[in-house]
Write a new protein. Structure first.
Length: 88
């Protein structure tokens, strides 16, 4: 699995031309248990970069916001969330 994280990775099946590699994998899980029951959610993101990727854009988030992750193929809403305090 180490090869996928380097410049010699062959992820050409994703874009047809190659030049992609995995930059990072992020997983976050949430579980809350109380007398009413259990609530759980999990998400994993695989960040793919190009071997000659441009510098990342700067994004300043300084107020609460709502976000949604939508499947482009089906239009289905996969996740909806809100960030009340972006400084935490």
């Amino acid at each position: 699995m180490v090869e996928a994280f380097g410049g010699s990775a062959d992820l050409s099946g994703m874009n047809g031309t190659g030049g992609l590699f995995i930059q990072d994998v992020v997983h976050q899980a949430f579980v809350a248990v109380d007398e009413k029951g259990t609530e759980a959610a999990a998400a994993t993101a695989v960040i793919v970069g190009e071997t000659s990727a441009p510098p990342p854009a700067t994004l300043t988030i300084d107020r609460p916001f709502v976000f949604a992750i939508i499947d482009r193929a089906t239009g289905a809403t996969l996740f909806i969330g809100r960030v009340l305090d972006p400084t935490s």
